[in-house]
Design a protein around this ligand. Structure first.
Ligand code: GUN
Length: 288
């Protein structure tokens, strides 16, 4: 039976370290960091994610403003809002929760956020930094996955990693980060032929496919580390589940992340780290 990787516990420890750090900021810098989260519309998953981000800020002592904008807002109006927050010296971190309504270009929104406030690490300048190994903000979920591996004592060096999914948010950046950690990386996706033959080679299997329970025991090498980035609804029961069929895979895997309680909390903990990093960068306090 696999070790269950407790993302909640690791994220709690990251957050309590951050809380101590943030408590020292008013005397050092005169204020605490301020994160602004914009939600457009009422996408149910976004409502939950945004609320969890606000709660994490409260727990750590980071000032948080959640702006809820009507789903009918125009692209120009949203871009104007972002521009004004970019210029607000009292705002250190800024993110717009995705997905956005169809009338708004996500690419334009991501590009419009000041790269120095881009706590998501989605801005083209930060993406370029990741691929070119120059200073950049790391995207939260891939950063959280790498931290989970490190905290669990798993060194990707020399291992075979397989990533399912090639999104800008998770698949591509986590593949690059595993590569930089000296894993040999294979990316697969919906057009991959005979996916089980590929995934069975994996010592580390990262699943960010967005399809409920798609990874089953026959796709997993015995003893592999399985990281489930999914946040899905089980079509049968309607309950929350991941991209990995946990009950089938857990007996085969060496270690596995649960859903909920695995990658999700780590994403939020890393968002909090990025917010502190943006704040400290602004205060000229990093590289000390
Ligand atoms: N939607 C799903 N994941 C994310 C994320 O990490 N950041 C933002 N802004 N939107 C998301």
């Amino acid at each position: 039976m696999a070790t269950i990787i407790d993302g909640k516990k690791i994220s709690d420890s990251i957050k309590s370290t951050l809380a101590e750090q943030v408590a020292s900021f008013p005397s050092k810098y005169g204020r605490v960091p301020h994160l602004v989260v914009i939600r457009v519309g009422e996408d149910p998953a976004s409502v939950v994610y945004v609320r969890n981000k606000a709660r994490a800020c409260e727990a750590i002592g980071i000032k948080n403003t959640t702006l809820v904008l009507d789903a009918s807002i125009s692209e120009d109006e949203l871009l104007a809002k972002i521009k004004s927050l970019n210029g607000d010296d009292g705002v250190d971190g800024l993110l717009v929760q995705l997905p956005l309504p169809a009338q708004i270009s996500e690419a334009k929104v991501i590009e419009s956020i000041d790269k120095n406030k881009d706590v998501d690490g989605f801005h083209p300048a930060n993406v370029a930094g990741l691929w070119q190994k120059t200073p950049h903000m790391e995207p939260c979920t891939p950063k959280g996955i790498m931290r989970l591996l490190r905290e669990t004592g798993i060194d990707p060096k020399g291992k075979r990693a397989v990533v399912i999914g090639r999104s800008n948010i998770v698949g591509l950046p986590v593949a690059k980060m595993l590569l930089d950690a000296n894993a040999t990386v294979t990316l697969c996706h919906t057009r991959t032929v005979d996916m089980p033959s590929v995934t069975r080679e994996a010592d580390i299997l990262v699943v960010a496919a967005g399809r409920a329970k798609m990874v089953t025991a026959d796709m997993v090498k015995p003893g592999a580390v399985v990281i489930d980035v999914g946040m899905d609804r089980d079509p049968q029961s309607g309950s929350l589940c991941g991209d990995v069929d946990f009950d089938s895979v857990a007996p085969v895997a060496g270690a596995i992340t649960p859903v909920p309680g695995g990658v999700g909390p780590m994403t939020i903990a890393c968002l909090m780290q990025n917010t502190v990093e943006c704040f400290l960068n602004k205060m000229g306090a990093l590289d000390k």
